[in-house]
Design a protein around this ligand. Structure first.
Ligand SMILES: Cc1cc2nc3c(=O)[nH]c(=O)nc-3n(C[C@H](O)[C@H](O)[C@H](O)COP(=O)(O)OP(=O)(O)OC[C@H]3O[C@@H](n4cnc5c(N)ncnc54)[C@H](O)[C@@H]3O)c2cc1C
Length: 401
């Protein structure tokens, strides 16, 4: 048995490798990553600086070496044998493991229409390079999918004076993860910036000249990008008989159904206290699950508990959401100099917050609201609505109670 093997060198796998060392694990750690780069951050791919695709490494090569992490770059695991406790690599080697972390992330959902192969994906650095190498002022890009990634890409491309059309099956943009108030505001901002929306339409086909919509109309495009969401990458887990559904199923300690195999990040669907499993697709979740999984692989037995949080940057606007806002929640709006915050109460208890403001200006409010959510408080709606009431005061009184 050769220490711990981590499959996937994205945010989760890489963070887990370092967290194992921080937890005092001294045996070999092997990080296997299919992409031919140092581990890198994905969020900057859709937030280019000065028009250039950013390659932001998660860590330096020297840091991996200093931590004694063997990084197998551009190498993929082709087979997992959960009984023999081995993984087979694309270069023919077979590694034994004492414990294994599946941090295989997610891959783009595929379009199923004729010509689907003409659309570019947007998940990896190579995808970003392919997209940005093909755009220039005046060129026409059709983005399929008005989710966070599609909308971020639309904002970046408008900044480059590219003609952008967004096609969305649903009648509204950002319907999956963003509360209606802020989805509407972002929609309006994109429209004001010149993005053309084709909502409530599906794609019938993609041809040489553009996209054929379900209503028969043709949307001319020089480039088509598919941003219709991702699916958890669980090919290895499924083939080796691990329990899966919408993700690799884990218990609250991030252990899968197979002995000594853990999962974390976009690929993991984690058991919830009230029943069921939840899978998140966000940067902070990937890191935090990695840290919990690493400590547990090193011998702890922590349950994973964290208020989900993500952000999105579009134009000069920053969106942040903590918790899981639901349409059934009572909403309370607070308007501040920096932007708007919406609080979500479930039976009087604060369970989520969302904010939209200039840049990162609402970050401190969201941070405090996260602490209020974690403290499980039942605030007076009037106090939440009043920008004169510092959220810190609410936290102090909650802690004193
Ligand atoms: C363009 C873009 C912008 C984003 N912006 C934001 C944002 O603003 N805010 C936010 O919260 N989140 C954002 N996200 C989401 C965030 O980046 C992901 O949630 C996070 O990267 C998930 O990390 P992960 O390690 O679980 O998976 P991934 O990042 O998908 O990494 C998994 C890695 O495993 C590798 N792998 C898979 N199978 C194998 C195998 N068999 N062998 C070897 N390697 C394998 C893959 O190649 C991949 O490199 C963004 C994502 C994208 C694509």
């Amino acid at each position: 048995m050769d220490g711990i093997v981590i499959i996937g060198a994205g945010e989760s796998g890489t963070r887990a490798a370092f967290a194992l060392r921080e937890a005092g694990y001294r045996r070999p750690v092997t990080l296997v990553g299919a992409e031919p780069h140092l581990p890198y951050e994905r969020p900057p791919l859709s937030k280019p600086v000065g028009g250039m695709v950013q390659m932001t490494p998660i860590c330096a090569r020297e840091a991996l070496e200093a931590a004694g992490i063997s990084y197998l770059e551009g190498c993929s695991v082709s087979k997992l044998d959960a009984v023999a406790a081995t993984v087979s690599l694309s270069d023919g080697r077979v590694l034994g493991y004492e414990k294994l972390l599946l941090a295989t992330g997610a891959r783009p959902r595929r379009l199923a229409c004729p010509g689907a192969e003409r659309a570019l994906d947007f998940r990896t650095h190579a995808d970003a390079e392919a997209i940005f190498a093909n755009v220039a002022p005046g060129r026409r890009v059709a983005i399929i999918g008005a989710g966070l990634i599609g909308m971020e890409l639309a904002a970046v491309l408008r900044g480059k004076d590219v003609a952008v059309s967004v096609i969305e099956t649903a009648p509204k943009v950002l319907g999956r993860a963003v509360p209606a108030r802020f989805a509407d505001k972002l929609h309006a901002r994109h429209a004001a910036e010149g993005v053309r929306f084709h909502l409530d339409r599906t794609v019938a086909a993609i041809g040489e000249d553009g996209v054929v919509l379900s209503d028969g109309s043709i949307l001319p495009a020089d480039l088509v990008v598919s941003a219709i969401g991702v699916v958890p990458e669980m090919t290895l887990a499924e083939a080796s008989g691990l329990a899966t559904a919408n993700g690799i199923l884990t218990d609250a300690c991030l252990r899968t159904s197979a002995p000594n195999i853990f999962a974390a990040g976009d690929c993991a669907a984690v058991a919830q206290p009230g029943g069921g499993h939840i899978r998140h697709e966000s940067w902070r979740n990937a890191r935090m699950q990695a840290e919990t999984a690493a400590r547990n692989m090193a011998g702890a037995a922590e349950t994973f508990a964290s208020v989900p949080w993500f952000w999105s940057d579009q134009y000069d606007l920053g969106l942040q959401i903590a918790g899981r806002p639901q349409p059934a929640h009572q909403t309370v709006l607070r308007t501040t100099a920096e932007g708007e915050l919406e609080f979500y109460l479930d039976d009087g208890r604060l369970v989520a917050v969302a904010g939209l403001g200039f840049g990162n200006s609402l970050a401190k409010h969201i941070k405090l609201a996260e602490m209020l959510i974690a403290a499980s408080i039942r605030p007076e709606p009037a106090a939440l609505a009043d920008p004169g009431v510092n959220l810190k005061t609410l936290l102090k009184s909650a802690r004193a109670a």
